[in-house]
Design a protein around this ligand. Structure first.
Ligand code: MEV
Length: 442
């Protein structure tokens, strides 16, 4: 077992790689060459990446692809997606093409409220705390004026401040619950700075408040932090068309296809095991765009899954209906995204992705991301209720298996052509590859 190392972060990059290589791979020179092989030859660009995090050793590549032909509110978009899963971009493109001839995607931002909280304990009379809060509310806002000035110029700021009594959940627990508008920024730094100022003001004012006893004056602030649960920062994306326009999908009637899609959504609404996988497919699209545009996909994941459980049981994020001969399929997602600040002006590929999306506002990006999620779910359910998922998935995964087997370019070409005619399975690909190698033909 290795011993703990002191001061690792202070070592140079080369020293860190040496230490990792000596400690975990017996000094194998391949460790070093593997890591350095992924360094960018442009030293400034590499330095930029080195400085994103602590202890950078190398870069971890994920493919950046593009799904073209997304008709959203009558505008055409090509959507950049950063993702390693073989079939995701292909599925998005397929859904975009499908809906491109059926009216496209329609979207609507339903709200843009962000939330932050100061969590504190107060051992005293809640009525007195209420009076105290009414007294300090203008002071809390005034103390934040220098922090909010810039955001207010951009149309954002603090839109509400309230005191929340949480003592029925946890003894003596209260919150300052703050609502923010952050314009085109995701706003995490702005929100957290305001919250830390609220906490300082709360402590200072409570200590000198005459209406409190000595004990009540010692309000105990535990922490101040934004919430990634943003149920009022939501966007809706919809596709719909007459059932008659769904005629002929996989040889089925439009009515049968539409009915199966509605059933598939109903199952995901009723059954959490299915809902998790259903929503995972949605997040294939959402995360890929969130990552490509330099946003925080962990924050989005956490908020989206909490939203999926908002009615007390984990459920589908998409909805489907057939009414008066019209099939509708839609999604509502909480998405706190930014198109300024953070990585958006720093990472060259993030800048490129935003340029491809025609420099969207945060609201426009919410719409595009929701569309990517809806498209992904449509494509997954489309396959699941018709041919099954493996046909398309294995078609896209085929090259990964062939690369793993060390197939030559010519062998790949022959095997890809061969599997156009039949569904690939891992064992069938391996045996077909072996037969081709041995006999020179299939
Ligand atoms: C795979 O990444 C995603 C799916 O499992 C989603 C779904 O089942 O709806 C295909």
């Amino acid at each position: 077992m290795s011993t703990p190392i002191q001061g690792f972060s202070k070592l140079s990059k080369a020293e860190k790689i040496d230490w990792v290589s000596q400690t975990f791979t017996q000094g194998d020179p391949e460790t070093k060459s593997l890591l350095t092989q992924y360094w960018h030859e442009d030293k400034d660009l590499q330095k930029l990446h080195d400085e994103f995090i602590e202890n950078t050793l190398s870069n971890f590549y994920v493919p950046l692809g593009i799904a073209p032909n997304f008709l959203i509110n009558d505008h055409l978009y090509a959507i950049p997606m950063a993702i390693e899963e073989s079939s995701v971009v292909a599925a998005a493109s397929k859904a975009a093409k499908f809906w491109g001839t059926r009216g496209g995607f329609k979207t609507e931002v339903l709200g843009t409220e962000k939330i932050g909280q100061v969590h504190f304990f107060f051992q005293g009379d809640p009525k007195k705390l209420n009076t105290f809060f009414a007294h300090i509310k203008p002071i809390l806002l005034a103390d934040c004026a220098s922090l909010t000035a810039n955001m207010e110029k951009r149309g954002g700021g603090i839109s509400n401040l309230s005191l929340r009594d949480k003592t029925s959940d946890l003894a003596h627990y209260f919150q300052i619950h703050a609502v923010f508008q952050t314009a085109d920024a995701m706003g995490a730094n702005f929100i957290n700075s305001c919250l830390e100022q609220f906490a300082a003001t709360l402590k200072r004012e409570s200590q000198q408040y005459d209406g409190f006893s000595k004990e009540e004056q010692s309000v105990e602030v535990v922490m101040s932090i934004l919430s990634n649960y943003v149920p009022n920062c939501t966007v809706k994306a919809t596709v719909s068309c007459p059932v008659a326009d769904l005629e002929g999908i996989d040889g089925a009637s439009g009515a049968i296809f539409a009915e199966k899609m509605v059933q598939a959504v109903a199952i995901a609404k009723a059954e959490p095991h299915r809902a998790v996988t259903h929503n995972k497919g949605i997040m294939n699209g959402v995360d890929a765009v969130v990552l490509a545009t330099g946003n925080d996909f962990r924050a989005i994941e956490a908020g989206v899954h909490a939203y999926a459980a908002k009615n007390g049981s984990y459920s589908s994020l998409t909805h489907a209906s057939i009414e008066n001969g019209v099939f509708s399929f839609w999604i509502e997602l909480p998405l706190a995204l930014g198109t300024v600040g953070g990585l958006t002006n720093l990472h060259p590929l993030v800048k490129w992705s935003l340029a491809v999306l025609q420099k969207p506002s945060a609201e426009r990006l919410m719409e595009i991301v929701a569309v990517a999620g809806l498209a992904q779910n449509f494509a997954a359910l489309h396959s699941l209720v018709t041919s099954g998922i493996q046909k398309g998935h294995m078609k896209m995964h085929l090259l990964n298996i062939l690369n793993q087997l060390g197939a030559t370019a010519q062998e790949k070409e022959q095997l890809v052509a061969y599997f156009k005619e039949q569904t690939a399975t891992h064992s069938l690909v391996v045996s077909s590859f072996e037969a081709l190698r041995k006999n020179g033909h299939l």
